[in-house]
Design a protein. Structure first.
Length: 68
């Protein structure tokens, strides 16, 4: 079986990486406490994006997960 490389939507191998924080639910939402941190990998060509939990994926190469 042949492995696909690149974006799953368009096949591009160019990607951008950003870190974002988001609120949760309940009191954190009410007080705007952004305690959820993610790494977002976005395809530079089509904009397809995947979110990865920063805490659970800090030891691995996120771009490898995005490209398969």
């Amino acid at each position: 079986m042949e492995e696909k490389e690149g974006c799953i939507k368009c096949g591009s191998t160019d990607a951008d990486q950003k870190e974002v924080s988001m609120t949760g639910t309940g009191l954190s939402k009410m007080f705007d406490v952004q305690n959820n941190q993610f790494i977002v990998i976005s395809c530079s060509n089509c904009g397809y994006s995947e979110f990865y939990n920063k805490k659970s994926s800090s030891g691995s190469n996120i771009l490898d997960l995005f490209f398969g």
